[in-house]
Design a protein around this ligand. Structure first.
Ligand SMILES: [Zn+2]
Length: 60
C-alpha cells in the first residue's frame, strides 16, 4: 500500500470506468502510462497521474 501523501482526494479520471470503491470494480495499472503516471513527461490524461485506473472486474 503505497499511497501518495498528497493524493487523499479520490476523484475519477478519464481512464476510470467507475468511482473508486464501486462494487464490482477495482484498481488496475493504467494501460496508457503503465502505472508510471506520466506520458511523454506529462501527467497521464487517463489516470490523472496516479498510475491507476478503476475498472470493472469480471463483467462481460
Ligand atoms: Zn495513466
Amino acid at each position: 500500500m503505497a499511497q501518495n501523501p498528497g493524493a487523499k482526494n479520490q476523484t475519477t479520471n478519464p481512464g476510470d470506468e467507475a468511482k473508486p470503491g464501486t462494487p464490482g470494480t477495482g484498481e488496475n495499472v493504467c494501460p496508457r502510462c503503465r502505472g508510471t503516471g506520466k506520458v511523454e513527461g506529462a501527467a497521464c490524461p487517463d489516470c490523472g497521474g496516479s498510475g491507476k485506473v478503476t475498472e470493472g472486474i469480471g463483467g462481460g
